[in-house]
Design a binder for this molecule. Sequence first.
Ligand SMILES: [Zn+2]
Ligand SMILES: [Zn+2]
Length: 135
Amino acid sequence: MALQLKDSKEQIYRTTSQKQIILDYLKSVKSHPSAEKVYSVVKKKLPRISKATVYRNLKDFKKRGEAQTIISQGKSHFDADTSSHAHFICLDCNKIFDVFENACTNCSVIKNKKPKVGKIENYKINFYGHCKKCK
Ligand SMILES: [Zn+2]
Ligand SMILES: [Zn+2]
């Protein structure tokens, strides 16, 4: 019985620190990594972590509002910045860049958050184009 308790405590500790390492990585980058990219980076710190664990954690972050996803080329990319901000997706290199609200001050819908259909709580806007490097 005592052994079991110890095991479950270790299990909780391990799960928490894995989760924290994945979230810390996501918070430290602005590159909006895909699940595969997150897995390849996290694996360097946690060699024993499985792909399934990383994917499950990413799903949980999204469910709990700790991260948001942006779809590019049919793939989910993760962003730990959950504030309302638009994204620019390069059609050539598939990189995702943040476009913040103050860059869209001329957009009246974003500015007063009240289009005719109702009140906006948050938004997801993707701009598609060619980034400075690819242009
Ligand atoms: Zn590009
Ligand atoms: Zn973003």
